[in-house]
Ligand binder design. Structure first.
Ligand SMILES: [Fe+2]
Ligand SMILES: [Fe+2]
Length: 147
């Protein structure tokens, strides 16, 4: 069983996959409006939290962990840009579905890398106490966004 921090991140990913799948297929404008809000609330604080915790830690460790963290943060950067654009988009317009599709695809690719590379790497690097501390940092950063 993975540390509760990792379990928490995996649960978040599940919600992102579910919402992303709904968002990119729904045609109803009202539903699009609600789903993109839910997707924002699920994805944005999650990224900020990861950056303040596991990726900051991996970056400070140097070497391969740092390289991986820097790439992941750039992927977050792209996801945030597309997410912000989606939030400003007309829910009845032709582009909505295409942008939701691209956002969902890039986020799925990113989550796969985290699950296959970054989380296992983190678990090799960090002991339980460190993971507890990172989980706290994650939650603090997430809460700051939500305030
Ligand atoms: Fe991420
Ligand atoms: Fe993630």
């Amino acid at each position: 069983m993975a540390h509760e921090f990792i379990e928490h991140l995996l649960e978040d990913h599940k919600a992102q996959r579910r919402l992303g799948a709904q968002l990119r297929t729904t045609k109803d404008p009202q539903q699009r409006e609600e789903l993109r809000q839910e997707f924002w609330e699920e994805l944005y604080p999650h990224m900020i939290g990861e950056e303040a915790s596991l990726f900051a830690y991996m970056e400070s460790a140097g070497g391969e962990a740092k390289e991986e963290a820097l790439k992941a943060v750039q992927e977050h950067h792209v996801a945030k840009m597309v997410l912000r654009e989606l939030m400003d988009l007309d829910v009845e317009g032709d582009t909505f579905m295409a942008k939701a599709y691209v956002l969902d695809e890039l986020n799925r690719h990113h989550m796969e890398e985290e699950e296959e590379t970054h989380f296992p790497m983190l678990q090799r690097m960090a002991q339980k106490e460190k993971l507890d501390e990172l989980f706290e940092q994650y939650e603090e950063a997430e809460e700051e966004v939500e305030d």
